[in-house]
Design a protein around this ligand. Structure first.
Ligand code: GLC
Length: 798
């Protein structure tokens, strides 16, 4: 069953049936102001921080579903009938509505009672101002009088205070109205102002939520809209909202356009912004928003026989990966702002995936992570980048609502709270950044450590590698510490196969870097270490058919033939191949086991069979319902690791089978099962051992996206930037006869055509760049372009 369609030409997903089983969300904003909104304009806006600076209120996990939001009501002056442009909250018959999710905006369309209306939400490019762009057209054939009411509910900035500490929040927020501007004022806070205004002179307003809604009512039937009369309310204290009213008379066929503006700052900022944001200026900003995404998307475009992959790579998968890097990661309907800062491992992985389209943000994320590394070599699992910024803004007074600055000793947690994988991801992310940008100078920059002192970026990386070399258990395998990538499987603090594999992968990337930099001693030393790690992994972790997941603190091998539950695990087997730890034979067998035990029509399950009885020696995973999350769900994030592994093994058919099973765009007609957005990878899809098999949950904020993008472009399509040239080494189904990739790299454009006349799955016979034979695509003078012909075939020519 479908609820909508991909409109790739206009770069939108169009929801034609708005009565979706769950919210389908999207993100607005490209800078400090951002918002997350669903298909009915439910959602919220924040400034810089979803925990400490919320602008509008949201009642998460609530009934009615996912509200309130940024709503516009229309009221017919003749009969008093009213509706909302975004279908909810009023909820007239659904046939009149659609929702267009675009890149950085949402457009709600409705055609009810002879009036066409659209409400587009996006954020201005240069100012922290959200624009609500309302268009109306009278299609009814007779003159109509309509009243327009805006509505959003202001939030206290700090989410906890807003939700729990009402003795504070209710008496520290006020509102007033002047010259067409509503001001929301958080009295205790220095920057505690928001404004709500419009590009027209309103006929009325309300600043008090409860006056607008009325007693025993909801957003579905607000008293003000029902009666058609605003009350002019405002007060110091209470709950506040942004309601401006305008009454219009429209002749048949006549159109009108109104802009509402919600932004940071008080009355004066509001006045300035209502001058600035004329319809022309709003249009210009919308064009700039499109150009912003154009630039990013044009860094890599593909044409392949796989329409799902084209839709993902050319549009939605990059978009989602960018959203993760830009807003990492606690702003959604699932993570509603209660958690602080950055997660070390998630951010490190996100930053690895889009250095081509967002080098600035990736670089600054890397610096944030490097600063949160301890001299001991582990990263702080969850941290607030602000803590380590060289200069911190001091608040001039002590407010009971400000962000508490924890003591250094509390910020820098000890080894017992470290996750063994966290910082290892960073090594490869930094190396990937250099491969993409060629900015080797970055490695010589000096960065502080979280617990004091400083060192170059390069030194930071060596500390990470040395840490994992030191922190091994009695079998010589890396300790899992509090956990590895799998938060729920800590092996009672035993040894993690996955972490040893990750260590090897990081070592290999680092050795390649050191060699490129001419640091021969380091290259040799770390290569020798890599050799030892590889040998240890092969000796200790192989179990005649696949690799085990780890060894518990009390010496039990987990993920073996002898296990009836948790027999085969995805993390260890995919990483055994990805890291190069496995021999070819081991790799083929391990990935066959992954296919046999873990493959389903919706993707690969994380492990199988599911755990059914608590076993704290293994970890919390044994206390999770079978088929959900880490206990045998199709956890999306590791799925691309399997595509990479199959690509390394040269099995393109298999890799694409795995790719297609998880591909959201290919599930557009299975929404009765999937339920979630088909334009977003979700954190997990319910596994085979659960009644809701195939149901996807937790969109957007997941590492699946970056990994899917990276694996598809660099391993399946095989276009991989390297220090000294671009490798093209695809692994595709034999049935593909050709595909094209346009890739921007280091300031030049590469138009790559890959042909596959012999129908192979892997192997490149010849690469011609503008007619000249090469091994790799060369680095070109900035601003140039080239055409590369890549011919696949059974063997590479000598
Ligand atoms: C969640 C966490 C991530 C972890 C994964 C598996 O996605 O954000 O850090 O790796 O779960 O447990």
């Amino acid at each position: 069953m479908q609820y909508g369609h991909f409109d790739n030409l206009n770069r939108e997903y169009v929801i034609d049936r708005v009565d979706l089983p769950v919210s389908w969300t999207n993100y607005i904003g490209t800078g400090d102001m951002m918002g997350v909104f669903n298909h009915t304009a439910g959602g919220y806006l924040i400034y810089k921080s979803s925990e400490y600076h919320r602008i509008t209120r949201f009642r998460p996990n609530g009934v009615p579903m996912d509200g309130p939001g940024h709503y516009i009501y229309l009221r017919d002056g003749e009969d008093g009938d009213f509706w909302s442009v975004s279908w909810q909250p009023v909820g007239k018959p659904k046939e009149h509505y659609s929702c267009h999710h675009g890149l950085g905006y949402v457009n709600y369309l409705c055609n009810y009672s002879g009036i066409s209306a659209s409400q587009k939400l996006y954020v201005a490019m240069d100012d922290p101002v959200e624009i609500w762009d309302l268009h109306l057209r009278n299609d009814s054939g007779r003159t109509r009088t309509l009243s327009v009411f805006s509505y959003c509910e202001f939030s206290f900035h700090q989410v906890d205070m807003d939700n729990r500490n009402f003795q504070m929040s209710l008496y520290a927020a006020g509102s007033r109205y002047e010259d067409g501007v509503i001001e929301h004022d958080l009295y205790y806070e220095e920057d505690g102002y928001q404004f709500f205004t419009s590009n027209f002179t309103p006929d009325g307003f309300d600043c008090l939520r409860d006056r607008f809604i009325g007693p025993y009512r909801t957003e579905r039937n607000p008293l003000v809209v029902e009666t058609g009369e605003t009350t002019g309310s405002f007060e110091k204290g209470g709950n506040h909202c942004g309601c401006l009213k305008k009454t219009l008379t429209l002749a048949p066929g006549e159109e009108a356009r109104l802009l509402f503006l919600l932004g940071e700052g008080g009355i004066d900022a509001g006045r300035a912004m209502r001058e600035k944001y004329t319809p022309e200026r709003a249009d210009e900003d919308f064009r700039r928003l499109a150009a912003f995404w154009d630039r990013k998307l044009s860094c890599l475009q593909i044409e392949t026989p796989n329409e799902g992959m084209n839709t993902e790579i050319n549009l939605w998968n990059l978009y989602q990966s960018e959203i993760n890097v830009m807003f990492s990661r606690f702003t959604s309907f699932i993570e509603v702002g209660g958690r602080v800062g950055l997660g070390y491992r998630d951010t490190a992985q996100d930053a690895m995936m889009v250095p081509h389209s967002n080098p600035e943000k990736c670089r600054s994320r890397l610096v944030e992570l490097l600063r949160a590394l301890t001299t001991y070599g582990y990263g702080l699992h969850l941290f607030e980048p602000r803590w380590f910024e060289p200069e911190q803004k001091q608040q001039s007074f002590k407010s009971p609502t400000v962000v508490p600055t924890p003591e250094k000793s509390r910020i820098v947690h000890g080894l017992k709270d470290a996750c063994a994988d966290d910082a290892l991801w960073l090594v490869s992310s930094v190396v990937q950044f250099i491969r993409e940008t060629g900015e080797t100078g970055f490695l010589d920059e000096t960065v502080t450590y979280a617990d004091g002192g400083e060192g170059t970026v390069y030194e930071h990386l060596t500390r990470i590698l040395d840490f994992s070399a030191r922190e091994v258990g009695q079998n010589g395998i890396c300790k899992g510490l509090r956990a590895d990538w799998n938060d729920c499987l800590n092996l009672g603090g035993g040894e993690s196969a996955m972490v040893s594999f990750l260590h090897l992968w990081a070592l290999r990337n680092f050795v390649a870097l050191a060699r490129f930099l001419g640091r021969r001693d380091d290259a040799e030393n770390y290569e020798a270490l890599a050799g030892k790690v590889q040998k240890r992994c092969r000796e200790v972790l192989w179990d005649e058919g696949w690799f085990i997941r780890g060894i518990t603190a009390d010496g039990r091998r987990i993920g073996t033939h002898a296990d009836t539950e948790g027999r085969v695990h995805m993390e260890s087997n995919t990483w055994a191949v990805l890291s190069g730890a496995a021999t070819r034979e081991q790799g083929l067998a391990a990935m066959d086991s992954v296919n046999d035990y873990l493959f389903t029509e919706y993707g690969l399950m994380l492990n199988a069979p599911c755990y059914t009885a608590p076993d704290d020696g293994i970890g919390f995973v044994t206390r999770v319902y079978p088929g959900l999350k880490e206990n045998g769900a199709i956890f999306s994030h590791p799925n691309p690791w399997a595509w990479c592994a199959e690509a390394l093994l040269g099995r393109g058919e298999r890799a694409m089978k795995f790719y297609n099973a998880l591909c959201p765009a290919l599930q557009n007609d299975k929404i009765e099962v999937r339920e979630a957005e088909p334009y977003s990878y979700c954190q997990f899809v319910v596994g085979r051992d659960h009644t809701a098999f195939g149901r996807a949950r937790h969109p957007f904020m997941t590492g699946s996206s970056g990994w899917a993008y990276y694996a598809a472009t660099q391993y399946l399509l095989g276009v991989r930037p390297d220090f000294d040239g671009m490798t093209v080494d695809p692994c595709i189904p034999g049935s593909w006869t050709e595909f094209r990739v346009t890739r921007r790299w280091r300031g030049s454009t590469y138009r790559i055509h890959v042909s596959n006349p012999e129908g192979v799955e892997k192997g490149v016979r010849e690469i011609l760049v503008d007619g000249k034979k090469v091994e790799k695509l060369p680095i070109l003078p900035e601003g140039s372009a080239c055409h590369a012909e890549v011919r696949m075939g059974k063997e590479r020519e000598a």
